[in-house]
Design a protein around this ligand. Sequence first.
Ligand code: FES
Ligand SMILES: [Fe+2]
Length: 345
Amino acid sequence: MFIRNQWYVAAWDGEVGRKPLARTLLGEPVVMYRKISGEVVALADACPHRMLPLSMGMIEGDDLRCRYHGVKFNAAGQCIEMPGTAQKLDFMKAKTYPVVERYRFVWVWIGDADKADPDLLPDLWPCEKDGWAFEGGAYFIKANYKLMIDNLMDLTHETHVHPGSIGQAEILEAPLEVSHVGDDIFVKRWMPGVENPPFWQMNSGIRGKVDRWQICHFMAPHAVIIDVGVAPVGVVGGIDGERTKGANGFVIDLMTPSGEDTCWYFWGLARSFHVDDPGFGQRAKTAQGKVFMEDVEILEAQQASIDANPGRRLRAFDIDGGSVRARAVLDRMEKAQATQAAAAE
Ligand code: FES
Ligand SMILES: [Fe+2]
């Protein structure tokens, strides 16, 4: 089941331009393009005539022409031209989706259009804060989006999945603190006086021992942002200290279900260090992309194993506290949606 009536990231802002871009979001094929003004249009990606994907069509001004029989649709999805017929084609309309651009992403509302409210976007403040820079990428993953939420809410996996970059044995030794504020779930880990791992050596320029931290924050149904960083030992003074005194960043993770067990994963790093150095941003993005590709490999293998073992279930222990709580929130949202749908029927 997909959780509807939410904004989902459909693309990075730079991915949508004057060529149609196709993405399947929550099982719905969507085509996006930009009008001449730059505004993004999102339409159902199936021509109302004979269902050819409109993403195969041609953009003409602010309109999109189907490649098959040449029916033309405007940005409101209305058919405005059909070569070769005098028939009135008002009934031919492509569904439109509400769109908002924020935090460098194109968000598409999946659900009842009249409920689309930009105030419902998750608060990704590090992506647009003065004095910070934000870069990232996107991966299509053959795994359910909840497996990525599990992964991000339990960074214990870094030790074995990312040994050459951000993983280190001390992650396994540092205690975890799981908490919540309403439906927002937090997992905190403070690692005092540890070796600076390679990824953070490059980011902070600090050699030798550091205090390191991770604060994972889940915002239902699809966002995890992680306050991460390192600082010279003693400078920050604990996980609730002034973390900006160190090399401080936020890992930004947005999961958009595509099919039942596939998803789009939009990732990035918002950083408060080397902000005026685009070359550094590119190197950090390349490094982060390599690290996250290691997660993709794990998740796809995990999903395949889940599929190959029907009837067995996932187990949890202490380290899974954050993801268990996150899934409980998702369960509740799914149940509420099912109850509402049943009542409407
Ligand atoms: S299928 Fe699009 S115009 Fe015929
Ligand atoms: Fe990972």
